[in-house]
Design a protein. Structure first.
Length: 287
């Protein structure tokens, strides 16, 4: 066994890292995040990409066996670790402290509850648990059925990129905080150009005026039979009407025939009401 390491090179490494993440994937993220987690961030406008050279890869020969990386914010460090290479955990945690980004001296480690070797390495290095939560996952062994409320319909494909962009601007409360949407939809174009994007499976719900009022993105990952749902939002004045639940049901109908066995969600209590169960424990560590 010949273990080496080097810094991450975005233009050279992305596809190999994506394959690495699909190879080691487990539903409880015991080996690290699902592959779309990083690709979605890299193609989004909300991620600071100026420090990607701080990410580090470990290799056994030519095979990727570990990765330390950030997403958003840059001070949160994540770890992907191939089974059988748990002995690298202490080295990875040490590198996070010495080489990954900090802001005003602050930094956190994001270690999923099932990442036992990394958890022990963090404790040994003096990190302590700050807080955590459970992300919900929907198993497809049971049907997911929710009807659209009256006055709404699913938008026909192909979805209109401008209306999707405006819906997300309002749905993530940017209008209330920053003002009306200015027509910028370049970020959406970047997402559509992602190597593994499956935008044709995304769901938009429109009202009788043809306005998109709910949007649910989908990153179908056939290698893992995973329906990775991201993002999900509803325009404020159309919330609490069952639109997001109907969108989840439509994603189920579109991905189940493809072979999907489960769909990611989030930590919000909303997911409990649609039959999602806690499967992924997020734990944040600080010093």
């Amino acid at each position: 066994m010949s273990i080496t390491h080097r810094q991450y090179r975005l233009l050279q490494d992305h596809m190999a890292v994506y394959d690495f993440m699909t190879e080691i994937y487990e539903r409880d993220w015991r080996n690290g995040v699902a592959a779309p987690f990083l690709e979605y961030a890299l193609c989004s406008d909300w991620m600071d990409k100026s420090l990607l050279h701080r990410n580090r890869l470990w290799f056994d020969g030519d095979r990727i066996v570990a990765l330390a990386f950030y997403e958003n914010p840059v001070t949160d460090v994540y770890f992907s670790l191939r089974p059988g290479y748990e002995f690298l955990a202490e080295e990875m945690v040490a590198y996070a402290a010495s080489g990954m980004p900090k802001k005003d001296g602050r930094q956190r480690l994001v270690i999923f509850g099932a990442q036992k070797a990394l958890t022990e390495a963090a404790k040994k290095a003096g990190w302590h648990k700050e807080f955590g939560y459970w992300e919900k996952v929907r198993d497809f062994s049971e049907p997911l059925e929710r009807a659209l409320p009256e006055g709404y319909r699913f938008a026909q494909a192909p979805l209109d990129i401008a209306r999707c962009s405006e819906c997300c601007w309002k749905g993530f409360d940017h209008e209330a905080e920053e003002g009306p949407w200015d027509g910028d939809m370049e970020y959406a174009g970047a997402l559509l150009a992602a190597p593994h994007a499956t935008a044709h499976l995304a769901v938009a719900i429109e009202n009788e005026a043809g306005e998109y009022v709910c949007y649910a993105g989908m990153w179908w990952t056939p290698e893992n039979k995973l329906a990775y749902m991201e993002p999900l939002c509803t325009v404020p004045e159309h919330r609490r009407k069952g639109l997001a639940a109907a969108a989840m049901a439509e994603l189920y109908r579109r991905t189940k025939p493809l072979g999907a066995t489960h769909m990611t969600g989030g930590g919000d209590p909303f997911y409990d009401r649609v039959g999602f169960k806690p499967e992924i424990e997020w734990v944040f560590w600080s010093k």
